[in-house]
Design a protein around this ligand. Structure first.
Ligand code: ADP
Ligand code: MG
Length: 238
């Protein structure tokens, strides 16, 4: 479904991605881990051209993601940010409706129906008329997930979705994400939540200094990794 080949990106001569390749089948969840500054956010942003890569190829359903088709491709990729990125002047319902109507051209009735459906899915059926500031961080992030889901994405990209949350609010978000993984959503998740990684990941990718150091199943990464850098990282974080 998603195929990333030899992706490269440099900022002012500093190579941040040094030829990253990986692919994702429909329904798979890949968890991307690695130290701060290793290039995880840049990789996610390059996948949907929020950052334009210097070289390499990204394909979604065998179609190459290019400057010329980025709007239609981006509509197929949901992005969930660390800081939620909700419109503060819009209600929860309008936050979820607006993209459906503006990008997908849906009418208000069907956008509303879909918004309620996704709010139910993330456990916020009763919050449709609230404004973001009236919600906890965990609730805001669940709205952001509902908004992404309402766009019918082929793949969801998460960049540290729980890093801005107090620890007691992390669980309500990772539980929603775990259910999505179980329901067969295709996802790439950058996170430090190792419990989530253990339970939801089909594969874990460990990145450092712009390279993929190692990738494998949660069991192999947590229990059998012979890679010194992976072990050192996991020892600190897990
Ligand atoms: P991670 O998400 O793994 O912490 P990032 O992808 O955010 O890593 O950053 C990787 C490297 O790229 C860091 O050295 C960071 O300073 C640099 N970087 C990221 N974004 C920019 C930018 N817009 N301009 C210049 N350097 C950047
Ligand atoms: Mg980052």
């Amino acid at each position: 479904m998603l195929d990333v080949q030899n992706l490269r990106k440099a900022y002012d001569g500093l190579e941040v991605l040094k030829g990253i390749s990986f692919s994702l089948k429909k329904g798979e969840t890949k968890v991307l881990i690695g130290p701060s500054g290793s290039g995880k956010s840049t990789l996610l942003r390059c996948i949907n051209y929020l950052t334009v890569p210097d070289a390499g190829c990204i394909k979604l359903n065998n179609a190459e993601v290019l400057d010329g088709n980025i709007d239609s491709m981006r509509a197929k990729m949901g992005f969930v940010f660390q800081d939620f990125n909700l419109f503060s002047h819009l209600t929860v319902l309008d936050n979820i409706r607006i993209c459906q109507m503006k990008v997908k051209g849906k009418d208000k009735h069907s956008a509303t129906e879909r918004a309620h459906q996704e709010l139910m899915r993330v456990g916020l059926a009763d919050k449709s008329n609230a404004y973001p500031a009236e919600l906890s961080g965990g609730q805001q992030q669940r709205v952001s997930i509902a908004r992404a889901l309402a766009m019918d994405p082929d793949v969801l990209l998460f960049d540290e979705p729980t890093s801005a949350l107090d620890p007691e609010l992390t669980g309500e978000v990772t539980r929603v994400m775990q259910q999505l993984a179980k329901d067969g959503m295709t996802m790439v998740v950058v996170t430090h939540e190792m419990n989530f990684a253990r339970q939801a990941a089909d594969e874990i990718i460990f990145m450092e200094h712009g390279n993929i150091v190692e990738q494998g199943s949660p069991e192999s990464m947590f229990n059998e990794s012979t890679h010194e850098r992976t072990r050192a990282f996991l020892n600190v974080i897990a």
